[in-house]
Design a protein around this ligand. Sequence first.
Ligand code: NAD
Length: 498
Amino acid sequence: MDPQEVLQRFKLHSGGGTLRVVSPIDGSELSRVQETSPQELAQIIEKAEHAFKKWRLVPAPKRGELIRLFGEELRAHKEDLGALVTLECGKILQEGLGEVQEMIDICDFAVGLSRQLYGLTIASERPGHRMMETWHPLGPVLVISPFNFPVAVWCWNFALAIVCGDSVIWKPSEKTPLTALATLSLFEKALKKFNASLDLLLLVVGDSDLGKPLVESPKISLVSATGSVSMGKAVAQSVAARLGKSLLELSGNNAMILTPSADLELAIRAIAFSALGTTGQRCTTLRRLIVHKSLYDQVLKRLSQIYKHVPVGNPMEVKTLMGPLIDQRSFDEMQVALKEAGSQGGHVQGGERILEEKYPKAYYVRPALVTMKTQTEIVRKETFAPILYVIPYEDFEDALKMQNDVPQGLSSCIFTNDIREAETFLSARGSDCGIANVNIGPSGAEIGGAFGGEKETGSGRESGSDVWKNYMRRATNTINYSKELPLAQGIHFDMEEK
Ligand code: NAD
């Protein structure tokens, strides 16, 4: 697919702004995008507040209709938007299309949800009383999104926030503003069909500094931020300083425990997809393979072949399974990590730059397979690149301990046919992650479940299940339909009026 054609379809080719957008595929400039100025931020917040005040009065199923229309636009433009995702962030086309499909899925979910925003009725201890919970729209929601899922992660937040009655300010990654602009244009089409001219989605384009005043604003009811731990710490502190609400989805350092009873064919396929997919640039990427010593040699031999031969190249080409890294910084960080692994006793295979002649301004690498005797400091860090550390274990309890002994707690999995191991892994003393799978790799979650992690990953939950509650405020209502005024806890407070 011709990049210019893809850009033209969304009228993004001409640019005319100051933010240079570069494709990681070949380092070429895609466009120059207009940046939001810091002076515009106050007005953007005001617009979001104004839109919220109107939108919260629209019945929730009607709000769902807007997301249904948005989902239709996404269906109609899936190929184009998927190609743009690939062009801008470098994931292979299959994954670019998958990302748009994930947006469509969450829209479908949100449409159904718009008729299910229900609260509880609670038994009152007082006669002639009824207690209930009501869920109300929350306010303007700020969504900060990362480069590696430029639209899907945002859409998890957006689709739910809109049916919940909120307005949304979106601060996409400065590396991927084009997909955000294209998505905004599709949403505007849906708004037109819905016959509404509300500022329900406002875009803030530019670098991380622009996010800071938004995060600090008490007018923002929820900050939902996805990205690195360092970003999460900065955001969490600013929001906590004003006693605001935040939802954080941060780095992962995900492991697989590969046990003697595992179905190796399944496991090898799962390792390949979850360690190599998106060039190791997924929050759920498999980074640590904790493998039983009885399988160690044969697993390593098979992985070694896969790592040597996996097709790396232009992500637009059908045969490619691994595209480029996002930029030079990412490549440099990968090299530093591999050097550290070497100095900490690791043996490194791969990891070198390739295709440099063909793409001198882009960063393609062979994925790196690193054998370690133990889980050293570098293994406990998230390096956002295709590095898989392989560590042997003898005793299942040791493997479990190793799996949990990292600062992050996003995703995890075990491959086993032993029910005791599987159930222990899922039990309270098993995996300490937000996602724990059996005989499935750690990446590629469905939208129906609550997605997120513990510890340094930030404890946020997005997407399915009852996550919608994050985007609403809960009111507890007690109604007295009796002719008495009994007090809770049996308290007497009888007054004589003079
Ligand atoms: P990043 O932290 O560099 O940037 C993410 C976003 O935060 C960008 O939009 C950036 O402009 C903004 N930002 C950075 N500092 C900020 C600040 N102080 N205030 C406000 N906004 C700020 O992350 P990245 O490199 O784009 O993405 C990769 C990281 O994201 C990895 O660590 C990955 O694990 C993580 N991630 C997590 C999840 C999850 O669901 N847990 C999903 C995808 C990516």
